[in-house]
Design a protein around this ligand. Structure first.
Ligand code: SAM
Length: 308
């Protein structure tokens, strides 16, 4: 363990702020994904007060801790030492200490270490407290223009072509926006594979270097984005890919009509459209218009009050 100090405070600008005592627990503290100003007051206070700060890489986290004048004890916890470091952290927690877990960037456990530690803590009735904050997946989703009412975080795709295709096939009909992490080296190839497996006309968005100097959001269809990155130099930095939900295909409308009619039998038309949108990932307005068409065409549908 390194950098130990009994001081429990943090510094913002020129102001040193004392951190309040922390109850013993495992704290999962989200940290910036680039811009070091993206940290919550609660995260600073937790890091400044914790008995132990467990870092994916202590050298990476030291930059953040130094920026805010935090001098707490750090220790490494990552996928290669989890078998050894995990039990030590659990022992410290059982002895009544507070442990803050941070990863190199963003929210711990999201394609980052911590899942096993949280499970082991919960098994021993140790309190686990999330301190929410930055997340590359959610930052990209919110700026993507893609539906955000239902989404599936799919992490990193397998690198091997066959395994990647199998995974994409499994995700193809999920009625939600899909979110992937990807390395810049593989971006063009992955977008090409996605266009082939999921359909080139699906809407998509690329978030690159979010919150950093060269932040970029690029939107288009999967095919247009695949073409763009195939023709461009390998992009630099960190990348998230969002893919919009599948559009209704030619053989689906009948299913959607049936769904709309059965929902409309139970509830008002606008609510039926909203429910159908949630279930299919479709557009509420379009589904509402379709339901009205069905009603006007003499479909066996009830009125807006859902009762007849
Ligand atoms: N736990 C982190 C989170 O909550 O954001 C994610 C960790 S994962 C090991 C790292 C991946 O997150 C990168 O390969 C990239 O796909 C994405 N990522 C991290 N920071 C990013 C940023 N500033 N802009 C875009 N993507 C980022």
């Amino acid at each position: 363990m390194t950098g130990e100090s009994s001081k429990r405070s943090y510094v913002i600008g020129q102001t040193e702020i004392s951190a309040r005592p922390l109850a013993p627990a495992l704290y999962l503290v989200a940290t910036p994904i680039g811009n070091l100003a993206d940290i919550t007051l609660r995260a600073l206070e937790t890091l400044a007060a914790a008995d132990i700060v467990a870092c994916e890489d202590t050298r990476v986290s030291r930059v953040l801790l130094d920026r805010y004048g935090i001098r707490r004890r750090t220790t490494a916890y990552h996928e290669h030492n989890a078998g050894e470091a995990g039990p030590k952290l659990i022992a410290a927690l059982e002895a009544g200490q507070s442990v803050a877990l941070i990863s190199d960037a963003g929210t711990p456990l999201i394609s980052d270490p911590g899942y096993r530690l949280v499970g082991e803590a919960l098994d021993r009735a140790i309190r686990v407290v999330p301190i929410p904050g930055p997340s590359a997946a959610l930052a990209t989703l919110t700026a993507s223009g893609l539906p955000s009412d239902a989404f599936l975080f799919a992490g990193f795709l397998p690198v091997k072509t066959g395994q990647r295709l199998t995974r994409l096939e499994a995700l193809k009909t999920v009625p939600a926006t899909l979110i992937f992490f990807e390395s810049p080296r593989r971006l063009a190839e992955t977008l090409g594979a996605m266009a082939e497996a999921l359909g080139g006309t699906r809407k998509a968005a690329i978030g690159r270097e979010l919150t950093k100097t060269f932040e970029e959001m690029r939107t288009g269809t999967l095919q247009s984005l695949a073409d763009h990155y195939a023709a461009a130099d390998t992009p630099k930095g960190e990348i998230v890919i969002c893919v919009g939900p599948p559009e209704a295909t030619a053989d689906e409308p009948a299913d959607i009509d049936r769904l709309l009619l059965s929902l409309a039998a139970e509830m008002p038309a606008s609510k039926a459209a909203a429910e159908a949108a949630k279930m299919t990932g479709g557009q509420k307005q379009a589904l509402y218009r379709r339901l009205l068409e069905l009603k006007n065409a003499g479909g066996d549908t009830p009125g807006e009050n859902g009762r007849g």
